[in-house]
Design a protein around this ligand. Sequence first.
Ligand code: ADP
Ligand code: MG
Length: 340
Amino acid sequence: MALAVWRREQSALAAMPDALRSLPIDYVSLKSFNLVGLPALRHLLVEGGVVSQEAFVTLPKLQAPDLATLVDSLVGEGHGLIMLMGKGGVGKTTIAAAVAVELASRGYPVHLTTSDPAAHLAETLEGSLDHLTVSRIEPHVETERYRQHVMDTKGRDLDAKGKALLEEDLRSPCTEEIAVFQAFSRIIREAGKKFVVMDTAPTGHTLLLLDATGAYHRETARQLGQSGIKFTTPMMQLQDAKQTKVLIVTLAENTPVLEAAGLQSDLRRANIEPWAWIINNSLAMANPTSALMRQRASNELAQIEAVTTRHAKRWAVVPLQAEEPIGVERLKKLARHSVG
Ligand SMILES: Nc1ncnc2c1ncn2[C@@H]1O[C@H](COP(=O)(O)OP(=O)(O)O)[C@@H](O)[C@H]1O
Ligand SMILES: [Mg+2]
């Protein structure tokens, strides 16, 4: 495991753009301890560091459901919206793809979609599995489409000056937010018939998206509220536990768990109750052999306990993989503990 981590680091460093490579570089080695408190910080820049005295810690056998097991209980009526949320880099895109692969392998129709501009998995999975379709919400494309639409409708009968003003208006950052929201609303409607697995962009952006959803909901409710017309807004769909399941992805480290708990409270404030937590990249679950990795694995235990006893109603733990989890086979492996 330690060797695999080292190899992946080496290839990431080798793939570094030249512009970065030409800058001065400092290497700070991975420590066995969490960087909280003065003594820990003092040791941060000391090479060799303090690997603890008992070089080989004993790790209890961790009992936790794997992702495939969590997916079993997620199937329900055979369709619905599944949203992955969490900070950047915790594994949302990867877990979204793994969940989509699990569902599609069970024979359910699945639409995996991402609004994350950095998502590379979409390409890898495209066309590789029956029942699975993959799409991307590209903020630029959506914004352009929306801008064009507004110019063709609202802007059609304006004079040159009016058109210029409207174009100016459409250059505001809100335009992208609205455009992405429209694409989002369009896609989540499919969840009535199939599974829609949504890999959202990092948290701040996600919450903006939800905020736009809330604003739209209030506006629709205001306009239709008195009329007696039945309506469903995307926000109502997100709040309905029968239609939507939010999965929070985190790492088994102090700050990420606190941030995920913060995200959970934000969602609750919007009346969205997260369905499950996924602890990704777990060393404790990977049962590593090197002293450093085992030390770090044992540091995870308190965090895993906090998630399972305090924060989450349901959970799964996903071990750190030796190889980059890309492609159907590796994603299936990631979802199962039993496979070496
Ligand atoms: N369980 C895992 N084991 C090993 N690598 C992982 C695991 N989960 C994710 N990764 C890798 O970590 C990086 C970040 O994951 P990603 O899914 O893109 O995160 P996010 O979408 O939350 O930003 C990617 O290179 C991905 O391949
Ligand atoms: Mg992502």
